[in-house]
Design a protein around this ligand. Sequence first.
Ligand SMILES: [Zn+2]
Length: 74
Amino acid sequence: MSDRSLDEFAVASTEGDQADVADDEASTPAADAAPSVPTMRWSANGAACDDCDAVVSRRWRDGDSFVCADCKEW
Ligand SMILES: [Zn+2]
């Protein structure tokens, strides 16, 4: 159920770059994510990192923020 809702969210927010998102989902299981909160957020036009303000297409959930790959603590 949670996988299904996550897929729908990803597709709705990516428009035109679904192959890339599918790749990420394959390597980033959403098992730890809350059902309605994706681990990764894709913005086709870019969005500012909540930590360093860099504009990136792909941001990762970090607590209550979404940050770029450089700021994300892996
Ligand atoms: Zn950053």
